[in-house]
Design a protein around this ligand. Structure first.
Ligand code: UD1
Length: 419
C-alpha cells in the first residue's frame, strides 16, 4: 500500500496549473453514452475515478480511447450491447450511478447496483429514482439492484426536495431524449451542472436554465458526438489556495474560473489572506497566521462541503476559535480525529465542529478516510513539526491529479512511497 511521507515544509511558492474538474468529467463521460458518433472529452485528469468510468462505458459496449499525453478521451457509444453495470465498478465509485439516466434514454432499460453508503454518509439515491420515475420509468429494486425500463420517456415537471447534484444530472441526461418538456425545479446550480448542460447542448440537446434553480429540457430525437473541454476543478484550486494560506505561501493558480471560486475566496479574505485576480488565474499571498472563521457548508453558491475538511486544517492553527456547520452530508468529520492525533483541538457535536486554534501541529501516522479528508491531512502535514505519514492514499488519488508532484514543485517536502 502506497503512503505519502511529508516533512515540515517551507512556505509554498510558485505557479501551479489546475486540472480539469473530476466532478464534471464523470457526468460528461456518462452523457457521452447518449450520442451517436464519437465524442472527445478534453482536459481530463488521469484519476482513478476516470478510469473506473471508462471501464464502465467499455463494459456496456462503448469503445473508448485514452490519450494520456493530451489528457483526452474519445468515446463512441453507437453499438451498446449491455444495459447492466457491474457491482465491482459501482462499489468503487458512487458516480457510476450517473449512467442510469443515459442508459434509460438510449436503451430504454438499465440494471445497476444500488450504491452503498460511504465514509461521509448514507447517500441515498431516492431523488434520482423519483425523477426518473416521473419521466415514466418503471423502477423496481431487488437483491440490491435497481432495474428500470421505459418504452418511451415522457417529459414531466419534477421538484427535487434537495438540490442534489447527481439527481439533477441523471434527470437532465434522461430528459434530453424524452418526448416533450421536462422541468427540474429546485435543481442543483453547481458549475459542473452548467458544464454538463453545455456539453449536451453542443451535442444537439435543448437544455435551458442550467445554473439556475429551474432547468427546462425539451427532448430531441438524437444527439451527435462533439469535442468538449471540461471546466477547471474548483475544489483542486481551493485546496491549493488553502495550501498557500496554511504555509503562508505565495502561489499563482493557472487555469481557474474565478467566479466558481468566490465562495472560497470570500472566506479566505476574511482571514487575512491576500487574493488578487489575474488573467485566467489567481494570486494568493499569505503573510500572517490566519484568523479564526466560521463556515457553514451549503449547496453552490454556498461554501462547498468538498472544501470543509481542508478549511478545518486551516482553522486548527488559526488565531482564535472557529466553527463549522456541515449541512450537506451527515457524517463528514472523519478527518477531525486524525487531525486531533496531530495536536489539533477539535470538538464535534452532531453536524457542528468547534476548533480552537493551537500554536503548532506535530507529525505522526494518520490515515486518509476519504478524498477531501486526505487532502486536509496533506495540508496539516506541510506545517506539522517532524514527519507525517499518510496511509490509505488511494482515496486522495481518486480526486487529485499528481498532487505530490504539484506540491513538490512548489517547495513541499513530500514523497510517495510504495511498500
Ligand atoms: C456531488 C459531488 C461531491 C459533492 C456533492 C455535494 C460528484 C461526482 N460528486 O456528489 O463531490 O460532495 O455533490 O456538493 O459530482 N441525497 C439524497 N437523495 C438523493 C441524492 C442525494 O438524500 O437521491 C443527499 C445526499 O445524501 C447528500 C446530499 O443530498 O446528503 C447531497 O448529495 P448530492 O448533491 O447528490 O451529491 P453527489 O451528487 O452524490
Amino acid at each position: 500500500m502506497a503512503k505519502l511521507i511529508i516533512q515540515q515544509s517551507p512556505s509554498l511558492t510558485g505557479k501551479v496549473r489546475i486540472s480539469g474538474a473530476k466532478n464534471s468529467v464523470l457526468p460528461i463521460m456518462a452523457a457521452s453514452l447518449l450520442a451517436e458518433g464519437e465524442s472527445e472529452i478534453q482536459d481530463i485528469p488521469a484519476l482513478r475515478d476516470v478510469f473506473v468510468m471508462q471501464e464502465l462505458l467499455e463494459n456496456l459496449g462503448a469503445s473508448t480511447s485514452w490519450n494520456g499525453k493530451k489528457g483526452s478521451m474519445k468515446v463512441k457509444a453507437d453499438g451498446l450491447k449491455s444495459y447492466e453495470a457491474s457491482y465491482e465498478l459501482v462499489r468503487q465509485m458512487r458516480a457510476s450511478f450517473l449512467i442510469m439516466g443515459p442508459l434509460l434514454a438510449k436503451m430504454g432499460r438499465t440494471k445497476i447496483p444500488l450504491p452503498g453508503g460511504c465514509a461521509i454518509g448514507t447517500r441515498p439515491v431516492d431523488l434520482h429514482l423519483k425523477g426518473l420515475a416521473a419521466l415514466g420509468a418503471q423502477i423496481t429494486q431487488e437483491h440490491g439492484y435497481v432495474e428500470a425500463y421505459a418504452d418511451k420517456l415522457i417529459g414531466a415537471r419534477i421538484y427535487l426536495d434537495f438540490p442534489s447534484v447527481g439527481a439533477t444530472e441523471n434527470i437532465m441526461m434522461a430528459a434530453v431524449l424524452a418526448e416533450g418538456q421536462t422541468m427540474i425545479e429546485n435543481s442543483a446550480v453547481e458549475p459542473e451542472i452548467v458544464d454538463l448542460a453545455n456539453y449536451l447542448n453542443a451535442m444537439g440537446a435543448n437544455v435551458r436554465g442550467a445554473g439556475t434553480d429551474t432547468i427546462k429540457v425539451t427532448g430531441v430525437d438524437k444527439l451527435t458526438g462533439v469535442v468538449h473541454g471540461v471546466i477547471p476543478d474548483r475544489i483542486e484550486a481551493g485546496t491549493f489556495m488553502a495550501a498557500a494560506a496554511i504555509t503562508k505561501g505565495d502561489l499563482f493558480l493557472e487555469n481557474v474560473v474565478v467566479d466558481h471560486l468566490r465562495p472560497i475566496m470570500a472566506k479566505l479574505k476574511e482571514t487575512n489572506i491576500h487574493i488578487e485576480e489575474i488573467e485566467n488565474g489567481l494570486h494568493i499571498m499569505a503573510k500572517d497566521r490566519c484568523k479564526a472563521m466560521d463556515i457553514k457548508t451549503l449547496p453552490y453558491p454556498g461554501f462547498p462541503t468538498d472544501m470543509q475538511a481542508q478549511f478545518m486544517s486551516l482553522m486548527t492553527i488559526a488565531q482564535g476559535t472557529s466553527m463549522i456547520i456541515e449541512t450537506v452530508f451527515e457524517n463528514r468529520f472523519m478527518h477531525a480525529s486524525e487531525l486531533k492525533r496531530m495536536g489539533a483541538d477539535i470538538k464535534i457535536e452532531g453536524r457542528s465542529a468547534v476548533i480552537e486554534g493551537v500554536d503548532r501541529l506535530t507529525g505522526t501516522q494518520v490515515k486518509a478516510t476519504d478524498l477531501r479528508a486526505g487532502a486536509a491531512l496533506i495540508l496539516s502535514a506541510l506545517i506539522a513539526s517532524g514527519t507525517t505519514e499518510i496511509s490509505d492514499i488511494y482515496h486522495i488519488e481518486r480526486g487529485y491529479y499528481k498532487i505530490e508532484d504539484k506540491l513538490r514543485a512548489l517547495g513541499a517536502n513530500i514523497e510517495r512511497v510504495s511498500e
